[in-house]
Design a protein around this ligand. Structure first.
Ligand code: KG4
Ligand code: ZN
Length: 332
């Protein structure tokens, strides 16, 4: 059966087609158009929505051409219905509803964070339950994944997400948006011990995060060093402190749950240094770290197509009568 996934909740206009035979997925096509928000320093919702409107038709056309199939061949359609920016969500959802109604195909509203949570299973069949560290641009949470649509929140950020912190500090350094990639590149040859920065919630016995204090400390450090010509040491130190904090929280969650499977996902999970550090932390507890391939950590259509398959497999009924949900907690 062939599934189409459409994603437009933030600044990626993405769609993908997968064919699943006996639980084994095959990628038929995969298209991502990333908007460029470097000039504005971040995503402006109205601008992003207009860009989705402009690019979704082109993305869809080239996707079906690449896959060599017709819309009539689809078995099911999934679209991100939230959480995210309302304008972008409306563009994707209206397109998906139009397609589903005109072709009489089943449609599933997909939860964007659930798609990040389940994406790893497209490549490796990680069994439920597992611990999930979800790090996207706006979310930073530790969750127990019991099953499809069954999540138990262990902790989340009390202020900024790690991705947001990376983006804002990169911007202060004059880097492009999104900032995570920039920080990772600059950090590669830097000394992580060079700059002393505070580790958020160091030694705390809970699963919550906080990154606004670290962000402020970084912004102050950058202000005090206006003639900075080489930020490699600073970026390496900054990246290390984020990894220290993530590792401590994951260690706490592993101790608390005794789980031996941990999944890292969301755009920030594309970072090789974080993957390495968290893998080491998991190994200390005899646990294994899983993460989607880096290219599938940031927003894409494959995660929506795969989650559509997971919802269908689980027996969740399709529907065309749903609203977009800019705010949408994970189901439990
Ligand atoms: O999941 P995502 O693509 O979009 C949302 O759902 O928010 O995550 C975007 C976030 C941004 O904060 C971006 O800076 C971060 O992922 N990111 C990275 C890397 N690539 C993207 N952070 C660290 N290292 C990377 N290589
Ligand atoms: Zn995302």
């Amino acid at each position: 059966m062939i599934y189409l996934g459409i994603e437009s909740s933030c600044d990626e206009t993405a769609a993908a087609l997968i064919e699943v035979v006996a639980g084994i997925p095959k990628i038929l096509g995969h298209r991502v158009h990333s908007q460029n928000h470097t000039a504005s320093g971040g995503v402006i919702p109205q601008v992003a929505a207009r860009e989705h409107l402009l690019h979704l038709p082109k993305v869809m056309e080239s996707l079906f051409k690449e896959a060599g199939i017709q819309p009539q061949d689809l078995g099911g359609i999934g679209v991100t219905a939230g959480p995210g920016l309302i304008g972008g969500l409306l563009v994707g959802v209206m397109w998906a509803k139009g397609l589903a109604l005109s072709l009489s195909k089943p449609l599933w509203p997909v939860h964007h964070l659930e798609a990040h949570a389940l994406m790893v299973r497209m490549e490796v069949p990680v069994a439920f339950p597992y611990l999930l560290l979800l790090l996207s641009g706006g979310h930073c949470m530790l969750t127990l994944v019991h099953d499809v649509q069954r999540y138990e929140l262990l902790g989340q950020t009390r202020d900024d997400a790690a991705g947001e912190c990376l983006d804002k500090v990169a911007r202060a350094l004059g880097g492009p948006y999104p900032g995570g990639v920039y920080i990772e590149e600059r950090a590669r040859h830097g000394n992580p011990q060079a700059v002393n920065l505070p580790i958020p919630f160091e030694h705390a016995a809970h699963c919550d995060f906080s990154f606004s204090g670290l962000k402020t400390a970084c912004l102050q450090w950058i202000q005090k060093h206006p003639n900075l010509t080489d930020s490699e040491d600073f970026c390496a130190s900054f990246q290390k402190v984020i990894a220290d904090s993530l590792s401590e929280r994951v260690a706490h969650a592993l101790r608390q749950t005794s789980l031996l499977r941990c999944v890292l996902s969301g755009g920030v999970a594309a970072n090789a240094y974080f993957r390495q550090r968290l893998q080491e932390t998991c190994a200390k507890y005899g646990a294994k770290l899983y993460a989607p391939p880096p290219a599938y950590c940031t927003d894409n259509g494959l995660m929506i197509a795969w989650t559509t398959y997971e919802l269908h497999r689980k027996g969740i009924a399709p529907c065309t009568d749903f609203q977009v949900r800019p705010q949408w907690p994970l189901p439990h």
